[in-house]
Ligand binder design. Structure first.
Ligand SMILES: Nc1ncnc2c1ncn2[C@@H]1O[C@H](COP(=O)(O)OP(=O)(O)O)[C@@H](O)[C@H]1O
Ligand SMILES: [Mg+2]
Length: 309
């Protein structure tokens, strides 16, 4: 069942900015990753989902309701973490939490307390004296304290330290296990890789690729490293691989007798049958990396994050 749906949505801000003809569906109980560099249009699309922005063309619905005409219902029921958090600076964290509890008509503070503990939020001080990371944590706690079924998270880990980023990823996984539907935007491959079932890549306002991660894994070449015990067998195996269409020799080192081999999942049994006749002393698979797979969509890398242009 589709919970969030965008159909041919366009918002043109001029000069090539905005989102253009964007379509995707988020199904119930799944995590949908919306991946793209800064300025790609992630926040614009998310603001349409939340009913903060009206599309020029196309339709956005949540649970079958038009987002724009039902904006207040949607904003009340969804858990929303904005990309840029604006909080009332003069309140303390605790006062803000209480205010949000009253607004959301949350009477039981059990979940709220759990969230405060899980994210190590220190809520007693004034918001204006909080670090950026602490403000993000406060926004996270208040976004999820009413235990919404649908979560819309705009770059949720930005501003969090690495430990908290990991904790947030764990939180998303737990929420998914509890049956929640989650739309998550990010510019970090690893984060999307770790949490999402379906992924769309957006660049310059256009979706350039949409895929299901399990389906992608099924059709992606697997890569294995192996070492052969002696030179004679090493040479024989290399020859066998070079004449076999199902298996691809990616790298060989005659000194160390190491090989790197590529093989599609559908040809794995052929590969294993060939190997059975050889004295293999080590064998391991290089895990699939979404980042490497999509390296073709960008030209530059900066640290662990991506510069997409
Ligand atoms: N209200 C607006 N008016 C004009 N341009 C905007 C507005 N909001 C966003 N943009 C532009 O649209 C593009 C996409 O922005 P945004 O959706 O915030 O990207 P992202 O969230 O992926 O970083 C950017 O070039 C941005 O400057
Ligand atoms: Mg954004």
């Amino acid at each position: 069942m589709t919970v969030i749906s965008l159909e041919n949505v366009t918002k043109d801000y001029g000069h090539g900015r905005g989102i253009f003809d964007v379509s995707f569906n988020v199904k119930k109980g799944t995590v949908y990753g919306f991946l793209g560099p800064n300025g790609a249009g992630k926040t614009t699309a998310i603001r349409h989902v939340m009913g903060f922005s009206k599309s020029q063309r196309g339709i956005v619905t949540v649970d079958g309701l038009d987002s724009w005409t039902n904006a207040s219902t949607i904003q009340e029921s969804l858990g929303y973490l904005p990309g840029e958090v604006a909080l009332p600076e003069n309140l303390t964290g605790e006062q803000f939490i209480q205010m949000m509890m009253d607004l959301r008509k949350v009477n039981d503070d059990t979940r709220c307390k759990k969230l405060i503990e899980f994210f190590e939020l220190e809520a007693s001080g004034k918001i204006k004296r909080m670090s950026l990371g602490m403000k993000r944590k406060l926004a996270i706690v208040t976004a999820f304290m009413h235990d919404p079924d649908v979560l819309v998270l705009d770059e949720p880990t930005s501003g969090l330290d690495p430990i908290m980023q990991q904790r947030f990823i764990d939180f998303v996984k737990e929420e998914k296990k509890r049956g929640k539907t989650i739309l998550l935007s990010s510019h970090i491959f690893t984060e999307v890789d770790a949490t999402c079932d379906e992924i769309s890549i957006i660049k310059d306002g256009h979706l350039i690729s949409s895929f299901n991660k399990q389906e992608l894994l099924k059709i992606t070449e697997k890569v294995f490293n192996l070492t052969i015990q002696n030179e004679t067998h090493f040479k024989q195996l290399v020859q066998k691989i070079e004449t076999n269409e199902a298996i691809h020799l990616l790298f060989k080192n005659e000194q160390t007798k190491e090989l790197q081999i590529g093989c599609y999942p559908s040809d794995l049994s052929k590969f294993i049958k060939i190997l059975a006749d050889f004295p293999v002393s080590s064998f391991n698979e290089i895990p699939f990396s979404l980042e490497k797979h999509f390296m073709k969509f960008y030209d530059r890398r900066v640290g662990g994050e991506l510069a997409w242009q």
